[in-house]
Design a protein around this ligand. Structure first.
Ligand code: ADP
Length: 191
């Protein structure tokens, strides 16, 4: 099983690179932001609840995220591996994920972090806002809040994986295909 956590701040390119990785390695994409946006579009109860947090750039509470992820994992069969994108975003979520995967005996192989500095992140998100239609891309205050939430709550998740000897990083600045190649060489080391 090739379970990978693709990690990085908002705008680091996790979504873009995940799409390429999952095609090459036949993995299942588990992107919590995408799942929430799907619920939001379908106006489900979960979507309406998540919207309150997402539109401000805050994190959706752990118990909501964790049960959604657990459900998705349980419903996926014949999987070679998952690529987790935007999850885990808190230490609580990381511990919950380990517990879920331990029960199934399919642990996380590696967290790979995309390193991108703050100015570049802001530029990318502002650029994306022209086409994303995302409420949380729309104002500089919301973007700044997301980066702050990342620094406070999400960054420590990298230390959790470092402690378990499951951390590596890749420079996320440059041409998309070159970053992809660097990610592939990290992934190939795992298989
Ligand atoms: P980005 O990383 O570009 O900010 P995402 O699509 O990953 O975008 O997430 C969008 C929003 O969805 C987050 O700002 C947050 O409100 C919510 N969200 C996504 N994943 C999680 C998570 N694991 N825990 C809590 N909230 C989440």
């Amino acid at each position: 099983m090739l379970n990978i956590v693709l990690f990085g701040p908002p705008g680091a390119g996790k979504g873009t690179q995940s799409e390429k990785i999952l095609k090459k390695y036949n993995l299942v994409h588990l992107a919590t932001g995408d799942l929430f946006r799907l619920h939001l579009n379908n106006e489900t109860q979960l979507g309406l609840e998540a919207k309150k947090y997402m539109n401000k750039g805050d994190l959706v509470p752990d118990e909501i995220v964790i049960s959604m992820v657990e459900d998705k994992i349980n419903k996926s069969s014949n999987v070679i591996g998952f690529i987790f994108d935007g999850f885990p975003r808190t230490i609580n979520q990381a511990v919950a994920l380990d517990n879920m995967l331990e029960k199934k005996n399919i642990p996380i192989k590696q967290m790979i972090a995309l390193k991108v500095e703050e100015n570049e992140l802001i530029k990318r998100i502002i650029n994306r806002s022209k086409t994303s239609g995302r409420e949380d891309d729309k104002s500089i205050d919301k973007i700044n809040n997301r980066i702050q939430v990342y620094n406070q709550e999400t960054k420590p998740v990298a230390d959790y994986y470092k402690k378990h000897d499951k951390y590596s990083e890749v420079d996320g600045i440059g041409v998309i295909d070159e970053i992809f190649l660097k990610l592939c060489s990290k992934i190939d080391e795992l298989t």
